[in-house]
Design a protein around this ligand. Structure first.
Ligand SMILES: C[S@@+](CC[C@H](N)C(=O)[O-])C[C@H]1O[C@@H](n2cnc3c(N)ncnc32)[C@H](O)[C@@H]1O
Length: 329
C-alpha cells in the first residue's frame, strides 16, 4: 500500500460550508478507511452534495459534479476567490441582522431575490438559515423551503463558524487541482480513466420529488448497471437496512461487488428507547476495498468513539456502534 492515498484515517473532519440532505460527515471515516486507492488519477464524485467526502479524502486531482448548479457555483466562486471569509462575514452580518428584525417576511424577501438572481451568497444564506440545510426546489427550479424561525439564527458564533468553513475550503482549493461542474452523473462518469476512482452517493430512491434531487428505481438500476463497466475503481454509498426493512436494491450488487457495512446508531428523541439504527453500506469494486479492515473491529470501534467527541455538538447525543465485516454471500 505504501504511498497510497487510501485507506486512511482522518483525525479532524473538515466540515463544508454547505449542508444538504444525506450529508456524509459522520461516515467520512468509514468511507476513507474502507477504500484502497493509490490516488494517482482523479477522485470523481458525480453526486457531490455538500462535498464533505472529497474535502476530506483530499485527492490532488478531482472532478466534482452535481446537477444542483447552486452548490457548484458557490464552490467555484470560493475557488476563484470571488467569495471568501470576508465577503461571507459582511453578507451574513448584514442580512442576519435584517432577518432578526424582519423575521419570516425578510426570509421570503431573500428567497424571492435568490430565485430571481441565483446569487451564490443568497444561496448560502438560505442554506444556513434553514434547519439542517434542508434544500428543496420546486418544479420550476425555485428554492421553496419555508421559513423556520430560530432566534438569533445568524449569531456571531454561527457566522464565524461558517466563515471558518469557507476559508478552510479555500485553503484546500489553493493546493489541489479540482474541477467543479454542473452535470448529470452519466456525463461525469464518462470522464473516468483507469487510474481514477469514482465515489457515488446518489439520492435515496423515491424519497423526494425535488427538482435537482429526484431519484427513481429506474435511475438506480441504470446506475448500478453502468458502474460495472467503469474502467477504474468505484465505491457507492447506500443504506442496507433499518429496524423495519432491508434495501432490496442492494441485491443488484451482491454477486459482483464487495459490501462493507457500518452500523450507525442515532437518537430520534431524548430517551434511550427512541434509539434507532441504520446499517450503512459501501459497495466496492473487487480489488479496491481495504482488506485490513476486515476483522479489525475493536481498533475501529475505539477510533470512532474518540472521533465522536470531536464532532459537532449536535451529534454528541448520538451513539455509534461501528461494525465492519465482510458480507457473506
Ligand atoms: C445524497 S446527496 C449527496 C450527499 C453528499 N455525498 C454529501 O455528503 O454531502 C445526492 C446529490 O446528488 C445530486 N443529484 C441528484 N440527481 C442527480 C443526477 N441525476 N446527476 C448528478 N447529481 C444528481 C443531488 O443534487 C444531491 O446533491
Amino acid at each position: 500500500m505504501g504511498n497510497s492515498l487510501l485507506p486512511k484515517h482522518i483525525k479532524h473532519i473538515t466540515v463544508p460550508p454547505v449542508k444538504c440532505q444525506g450529508i456524509k460527515t459522520k461516515l467520512v471515516n468509514f468511507i476513507a478507511s474502507s477504500i484502497s486507492w493509490e490516488g494517482k488519477g482523479k477522485w470523481i464524485e458525480p453526486f457531490l452534495g455538500s462535498g464533505v467526502t472529497a474535502f476530506n479524502i483530499l485527492a490532488p486531482k478531482a472532478l466534482l459534479a452535481d446537477t444542483n448548479p447552486h452548490i457548484i457555483n458557490l464552490y467555484r466562486q470560493i475557488q476563484k476567490r470571488e467569495i471568501d471569509r470576508n465577503t461571507v462575514k459582511e453578507f451574513l452580518e448584514f442580512h442576519g441582522a435584517k432577518l432578526e428584525k424582519g423575521d419570516g417576511d425578510y426570509y421570503y424577501e431573500i428567497r424571492e431575490q435568490f430565485n430571481r438572481t441565483k446569487d451564490p451568497l443568497l444561496f448560502l444564506f438560505l442554506n444556513r438559515a434553514s434547519f439542517n440545510g434542508l434544500m428543496r426546489f420546486n418544479a420550476n427550479g425555485n428554492f421553496n423551503v419555508p421559513y423556520n424561525h430560530k432566534p438569533n439564527r445568524f449569531s456571531k458564533a454561527y457566522i464565524s463558524k461558517i466563515c471558518n468553513q469557507v476559508s478552510t475550503l479555500q485553503n484546500i482549493l489553493m493546493c489541489v487541482d479540482w474541477e467543479f461542474i454542473t452535470a448529470p452523473w452519466e456525463h461525469t462518469i464518462a470522464q473516468a480513466n483507469a487510474n481514477d476512482f469514482v465515489y457515488l452517493d446518489p439520492p435515496y430512491i423515491g424519497r423526494s420529488s425535488d427538482y435537482y434531487n429526484s431519484w427513481s428505481y429506474e435511475d438506480a438500476l441504470k446506475l448500478s448497471t453502468q458502474i460495472h463497466s467503469l474502467p477504474c475503481g468505484y465505491a457507492m454509498s447506500m443504506w442496507l437496512k433499518n429496524k423495519f426493512r432491508t434495501n432490496e436494491y442492494i441485491d443488484n450488487f451482491r454477486t459482483k461487488d464487495e459490501i462493507l457495512t457500518f452500523n450507525h446508531f442515532y437518537h430520534i428523541g431524548a430517551s434511550e428507547t427512541l434509539r434507532n439504527s441504520i446499517v450503512e453500506a459501501l459497495i466496492i469494486k473487487p480489488g479496491y476495498s481495504n482488506k485490513q479492515n476486515f476483522g479489525n473491529v475493536k481498533l475501529y470501534l475505539q477510533e470512532e468513539i474518540a472521533l465522536d467527541n470531536m464532532w459537532d455538538k449536535k451529534s454528541q447525543n448520538d451513539l455509534y456502534s461501528h461494525r465492519l465485516h465482510r458480507f457473506h454471500r
